[in-house]
Design a protein around this ligand. Sequence first.
Ligand code: GDP
Ligand code: GDP
Length: 436
Amino acid sequence: MANIVAIVGRPNVGKSTLFNRLIEKRQAIMDDVPGVTRDRHYGYAEWVGKYFTVIDTGGYVTGSEDKFESEIRKQVKLAIDEASAVIFVVDCRDGLTGFDKDFANVLRTAKKPILIAANKADTPDKSILAAEFYALGLDAEVYPISAENGSGTGDLLDALVNTFPSEGKEDPDAGIPKIAIVGRPNVGKSSFLNALLGVERSIVTDEAGTTRDAIHSYYKMFGKNFILVDTAGVRKKAKVKDDIEFYSVLRSLRALEECDVCIIVIDAERGVESQDVNLVSLAQRQGKGMVIMVNKWDLIEKDTNTADKFKKEILDKIAPVDYVPIIFSSVINKQRIYQVMEKAVQVFENKTKKVPTSKLNDTILPLIERNPPPSTKGKMVQIKYITQVNARFPSFAFFCNLPQYIQPSYQRFLENRIREHFDFEGVPVRLIFRKK
Ligand code: GDP
Ligand code: GDP
């Protein structure tokens, strides 16, 4: 189940400050990566073991001053359609404004849980002012917070994660790969989907998924079942160019949350764009499998080195992620479209497989012995054994005497050895160091 949280509110109330606070912990881990754009408006957050995608809607408003308000309203409508919960940010110091009331009117139509974050309640006397926002008449609790110093955000997040559907409900589709086709507008996603669905006539059902709009197609190919998480339909809802861009981001985020493996489609003529790099980085953080499909390959003039050069350019942009298979396709010529699906299914298998502990230790421990972790502060670091733990994506626990002294470069070394010996193409791998 996708947990997507939209942060909405008029400009300057502190949306992006709150957004940054929500994602800072995880962001800090993965984002010291060249090529990843900083002005990110969505990210992955965690609170008490629950994971969710956060969108800062404020980041998407473009255009001139005079269309500012109507643009915001439109985008907020789109966002609440996609979100599973909404944080409506208001400003305690300004008090209730007309613009806040306009927002509330838009939100009133949404049948989604809403939480009102009364921001800039930096001190207790300011918190008292928060009660004013009950006058908005929304069916929502008001939480005085300070996005800047963090006070009150714990209560807000507790309430937020409580709105998420409880897990543990039997998933009828468990074990069937869920594959999403994501990417920027116009790269050929719908054409690809149509080509797949048009030729193969083995769709079992076409059934509304967990949300009103998401259609999941059950599909069978090479004797294997899988589910295509639909991302089409962007154009029907969003007519203006900016909206298409924004809406396609929302759809991609939702599809990413719901899938096991995503096929990131890029346009061969445009190459990797920052949006694509963001998707790769988000997928990596969420532990999703990935395949990059370079579509419209028919439009590129080629010599023998073109594909290799292209591949290298992509890898440079998405570095340090270096394990994603890249396939050059032309949907129009039906070139390699099945190969893409086949690869996606393989990636799913890589994502779900478990390496037996004995095999893991027999293979990796001798390599560690030959190339042990460098001693730190005069201390010898010893890795005693390794086991793959149960997790959403391949995760390996290394038991050692001084886990805190394992350096990032050595972690990289270990990850590379694991990838070398056990095929994890297309899947993020996580290493955990535990004291033993
Ligand atoms: P957005 O336009 O809604 O995304 O708002 P920003 O996050 O950019 O914040 C607008 C201004 O409010 C910035 O100057 C922030 O530093 C300030 N701000 C944000 N949160 C707080 C807060 O909790 N307390 C105070 N005093 N200022 C805040
Ligand atoms: P979406 O927005 O990602 O779903 O993109 P569409 O499937 O709507 O395709 C956008 C445009 O690209 C359409 O005009 C397609 O005919 C065209 N297109 C899709 N795949 C290819 C391809 O492999 N080669 C070429 N030349 N054009 C393609």
